[in-house]
Design a protein around this ligand. Structure first.
Ligand code: S3P
Length: 450
């Protein structure tokens, strides 16, 4: 597993990734397949579990987060085949039939698992559930979903004045609401829609900007009735539909492709073809941002796969320029800010990212961690209350850095290291397995070209 350029070691319960690119002649070449989309994988497992009949999922992400979802739903009676092949089957138990689990449900590191699942649990009458997660998840705000669920009549208790996991839920019939969400969050929207599934009447969520719409697409594919008003960013679910098991083909995750899009853009002489990438319009902010920065990316072989648009992405290295990212684009690239910050270091001019305070409550405080770790490598990044200011053209030098157990930080630091002078050591690199278990292996594939 080791070579002189990219080396992974396990020590004291953590993985340490070291990367030392050669002084000259770096280039990334070839064709890549990336793992399945994390958001779609969670939703396919959840809807499969509550549908009637069998759901077959092809291309499921075999990362730690979907494993947490699968474990939770197995504990509530769904039969889910082992997550060791990309084809997974789920024997659904039908709407309203989740069983009371014998023990605490553990969502691990996954905000999507706990927040979406809460909508389902709160509306399961006469069942008691308790839910927890790892240290990161237990520090992340849950009131954003608990408050609207309480407005629907849900009974939920948690630490810190009902705002933090572990949570206890006494399921009961809920009443429909129209919720004006203060944040553009697909987790909040999806939680309420899932609660509305079993609630008589119309449950509506309006969000300030459109967040990813995978729940809407998949709920409709499974047979739920939704009304979508794109002018007001509102979605309504009509309670009482029956969901029927489906075949879901999960496209590659654009959030994982983003690491290679940036790597090939900044490492001179590179050209990569990244196959089978989901290009849902609510997710392509990273492509829009890289286009603004002057990146050379072509979308080839565009197609629709089980309701989600997909393409192959060809990316060639080129000189990037700084840009400003703010407003409605932010929810469309929310998970890609760490890797876009790396791109900005190698761009000409300054890049400003605003309206991204949400990043402070992700798997880590991403604004603080991006600034601190990349600055250790010689970047000039200033943390703003709701974003970052990145001075381009500083270059990077190898340093000792930490992922803060955040998968996207671990991978962004690894890509930054490819273009740094000298050796970088990334602590707690195992975090990458949350969304991209094959990340280091893929990186090592490039050692020939490095
Ligand atoms: C997700 C929504 C986003 C995103 C997360 C996955 C989802 O979170 O950051 O990685 O699958 O719904 P928010 O909804 O909290 O913005």
């Amino acid at each position: 597993m080791s070579n002189s350029i990219i080396n992974l070691q396990t020590a004291e319960n953590q993985q340490i990734l070291t990367i030392k690119p050669p002084k000259t002649g770096l280039s990334l070449q070839g064709t890549l397949k990336i793992p399945g989309d994390k958001s779609i994988s969670h939703r396919a497992l959840m809807l499969g579990a509550i549908a009637q009949g069998q759901t077959t999922i092809e291309g499921l992400l075999l990362g730690e987060d979907p494993r947490s979802t699968a474990e939770c739903f197995r504990a509530m009676g769904a039969e889910i085949s082992p997550l060791n092949s990309q084809k997974v089957t789920v024997q659904g138990i039908g709407l309203g039939k989740l069983q009371e689990p014998l023990d605490v449900l553990n969502a691990g590191n996954s905000g999507t698992t706990i927040r979406l699942m809460l909508g389902l649990l709160a509306s399961h009458r006469d069942r008691f559930f308790s839910v927890t997660g790892d240290a990161s998840l237990r520090s992340r705000p849950m009131s954003r979903v608990i408050k609207p669920l309480q407005q629907m009549g849900a009974q939920i208790w948690g630490r810190n004045n009902n705002s933090l996991a572990p949570l206890a839920i006494q399921g009961q019939p809920l009443k429909p609401i129209h919720y004006q969400s203060p944040i553009a969050s697909a987790q909040v929207k999806s939680c309420i829609l899932l609660a509305g599934l079993m609630t008589e009447g119309k449950t509506t969520v309006t969000e300030p900007a459109l967040s990813r719409d995978h729940s809407e697409r998949m709920l409709q594919a499974f047979g739920a009735t939704l009304e979508i008003d794109s002018k007001t960013n509102s979605v309504t679910i009509i309670g009482g539909s029956t969901l029927t098991g489906q075949t879901v083909i999960v496209p590659g995750d654009i959030s994982s492709a983003a690491f290679w899009l940036v790597a090939a853009s900044i490492v001179p002489g590179s050209e990569l073809l990244i196959e089978n990438v989901g290009i849902n319009p609510t997710r392509i902010g990273v492509l829009e941002a890289l286009e603004m920065m002057g990146a050379d990316i072509a979308l080839e072989n565009k197609r629709l796969v089980t309701g989600e648009p997909v393409a192959d992405l060809r990316v060639k290295s080129c000189q990037l320029k700084g840009c400003t990212l703010e407003g409605d684009i932010i929810p469309r690239l929310i998970d890609e800010v760490p890797i876009l910050a790396v791109a900005a270091i190698f761009a000409e001019g300054t890049t400003i990212i605003k309206d991204a305070a949400e990043l402070r409550v992700k798997e880590s405080d991403r604004l603080a961690v991006i600034a601190s770790e990349l600055n250790k490598m010689g970047a000039k990044i200033t943390e703003l209350p709701d974003g970052l200011e990145i001075t381009g053209g500083t270059g990077l030098k190898g340093a000792e850095v930490d992922s803060y157990t955040d998968h996207r930080i671990a991978m962004s630091l690894a890509i930054a290291s490819l273009n740094a002078q000298g050796k970088t050591t990334i602590h707690r690199a195992e975090a990458a397995a949350i969304s991209y278990p094959e990340f280091v292996e893929t990186l090592q594939q490039f050692r020939g070209s490095l």
